[in-house]
Design a binder for this molecule. Structure first.
Ligand code: PEP
Length: 246
């Protein structure tokens, strides 16, 4: 089947930025002519910078979002941020299950599915991140791990899954400068595509993440099941991020 999916290039600023640095980065992104690009772009920024980002990007073709969401709608959940709060800043995307949150905040596969569901309930697009560690890859378990991580998400059903984005981010490639080869990434993306097809959500965009830069983006995007990228470090450098999306 011919892919009709729009390319999506999302930046994940992680815990980087300041009002001053963000202003420079956002204006550099806005200043760039993007006539040749058909990619949708977006940035997922720290919560305190959502207001600044929304103000800068409103009316532009660049979307924005957050890096996490509470499973809860409201209440005594100190430090948490709800989907309704993200809506107050007109977010479109929210990352769920980034490997740094899985590792540092003990987020389980089920919690991540619950967060994806909370995002959908709020009308946001969850970007569900999955990926194996180096030990899991070396043990030949990459596809098993991805299937386990995806299972509670897919259990939400076709109507829900069709409104999501999935990001394959091998943990060993995040922030390490080591990228999965296009063939390694494609093998996993094809398995994710098959799983999505199994629940009637074949056209969901599947992004690759892990040390994506301008120099390696084109070879990754040439793969049939790689529909874009989730970009960490390189999204903090306007020229790099723009080149990836060009
Ligand atoms: C990420 O933060 O999701 C990521 C892929 O980071 P990097 O591009 O820096 O490896």
């Amino acid at each position: 089947m011919t892919a009709t999916r729009t390319r999506l290039v999302l930046g994940n600023w992680k815990m980087h930025g300041s009002l001053a640095d963000n202003a420079k980065l956002l204006s550099a992104l806005l200043a760039a002519p993007r006539v040749a690009s058909t990619a949708q772009m977006g940035v997922c920024v720290p919560f305190p910078y959502l207001a600044q980002t929304a103000q800068a990007l409103t009316g532009s073709s660049i979307a924005w979002g957050a890096q996490d969401i509470s499973t809860q709608a409201q209440g005594a959940f100190t430090g948490e941020v709800s989907g309704a709060m993200l809506n107050d800043f007109a977010c479109r995307f929210v990352l769920t299950g980034h490997s740094e949150r899985r590792a540092m905040h003990a987020e389980s596969d089920q919690i991540i599915a619950d967060k994806a569901n909370a995002a959908l309930v709020a009308g946001l697009t969850p970007v569900v991140c999955v990926g194996e560690s180096l030990a899991e890859r070396d043990a030949g378990q990459a596809l098993v791990v991805i299937a386990r991580q995806l299972a509670p998400v897919l259990a939400l059903g076709a109507d829900a899954v069709q409104k999501m984005v999935v990001a394959y981010e091998p943990v060993w490639a995040i922030g390490t400068g080591r990228t999965a080869s296009p063939e390694q990434a494609q093998e996993v993306h094809a398995a994710i595509r098959a799983a999505l097809r199994g629940v009637g959500a074949e056209q969901v965009q599947i992004l690759y993440g892990g040390s994506v830069k301008a120099a390696n983006a084109a070879s990754l995007f040439a793969m049939p099941d790689i529909d874009g990228a989730l970009v960490g470090g390189a999204s903090l450098v306007a020229e790099e991020f723009l080149a990836i999306a060009s």
